[in-house]
Every structure is written in structure tokens, then in C-alpha cells.
Design a protein around this ligand. Structure first.
Ligand SMILES: [Zn+2]
Ligand SMILES: [Zn+2]
Length: 176
């Protein structure tokens, strides 16, 4: 279904407009490295007119699956947002002013014909994605040499830590 969810000032003049969406796991895609899947995420947006402005209350909650940046384990992380966005008619602005406001405050936007609600929701979810995940604080990761997951215990690599003093211990471990 590709129905447009463009909300115009005329629509809003008749009353607030709500959009509720549930994104199934994997329905939203992003190419971030380390990102396994987005979702499920439940999202709600409500737009209303406030004078010449459009105000949108947006909230979503759900989860995202990431790959631990060190040991490659799957990490399921909650994500949520509750935000109030203000959109001004683009006709209010001179070009220079527009640039300054964009740089200063990302919660303020501009609209021409209207606001594409579905696209807005999608964008906000993608913006809220965590950049990087660790399965736990201080995850030791994988041994760069043998690939063993060091969360499972030390490996037997002789040059672990590039410190020769460890070598007898490592050899002992390899034999036992
Ligand atoms: Zn890890
Ligand atoms: Zn190793």
C-alpha cells in the first residue's frame, strides 16, 4: 500500500491528524555497519495546527538488533523517542534565515505543501538508531590472531598482548 500520508494545513484545519504505525522486524532498512535488524517498533504521531505552525507530537518505542562492535555477538537494544516538533510554513522565511535556524535547532522544520507523516516517522526512527553497540561494558572482543571470543576465556595464542612473559602460560593452556 503506497497511499500518501501527506498532511496539509487544510487537513489540519478540520482537526488533529493521527498516524499510528507498527514497523515489523526488518521492515525498516538502514545500511549502518553492525546493524542486524530494526524493529518491531510501534510509532505514533499526532499533528495539529497552532496558528501558522504545524506541531507534531511523535513517539515511538521498540527495539533494534545490533552486532557487538568487538565480539560480533547479537545485542538487542531498546530504542524510544518522545519529541515535539514544530514546523513553520516555508513561505515565512528568507533563505539566509532558513539556514541559520536549520543549523541551530533540529527540532524545527519547514513545510511547503504539507508534511509527509509516514516519511517523518521513518526518518526519526532511523535518526535515533544507536551508532555502535557493545554486548557489555568492557567486552574483550575477539582475539585478532585466532578469532576466539575472549568472553569465553583467554585463547592460546603465544603472542597475546605481545608480551613474551605470557607465552609459557599460553603454551601450558594449549596443552591442558
Ligand atoms: Zn561483545
Ligand atoms: Zn588467539
Amino acid at each position: 500500500m503506497a497511499a500518501s500520508t501527506l498532511i496539509t494545513v487544510e487537513d489540519l484545519a478540520r482537526g488533529p491528524v493521527r498516524l499510528d504505525r507498527v514497523y515489523a522486524r526488518g521492515e525498516l532498512e538502514a545500511r549502518d555497519p553492525g546493524l542486524e535488524a530494526i524493529g518491531p517498533i510501534e510509532a505514533h504521531a499526532e499533528a495539529r495546527l497552532a496558528g501558522p505552525e504545524v506541531r507534531i507530537h511523535l513517539r515511538f518505542s521498540g527495539q533494534v538488533e545490533l552486532i557487538c562492535a568487538r565480539c560480533l555477538a547479537l545485542v538487542v537494544q531498546p530504542m524510544a523517542e518522545d519529541a515535539n516538533l514544530v514546523y513553520h510554513p516555508a513561505s515565512e522565511l528568507a533563505p539566509v534565515q532558513e539556514m541559520e535556524i536549520h543549523a541551530a535547532d533540529s527540532e524545527v522544520g519547514f513545510f511547503a505543501r504539507g508534511i509527509e507523516m509516514e516519511e517523518l516517522l521513518r526518518e526519526r526512527v532511523l535518526l535515533a538508531l544507536p551508532m555502535r553497540a557493545l554486548c557489555r561494558e568492557g567486552c574483550p572482543g575477539l582475539c585478532p590472531r585466532c578469532g576466539q571470543n575472549l568472553n569465553d576465556g583467554p585463547c592460546a595464542c603465544p603472542d597475546r598482548g605481545r608480551d613474551a612473559r605470557w607465552q609459557p602460560l599460553a603454551e601450558y593452556r594449549a596443552r591442558h
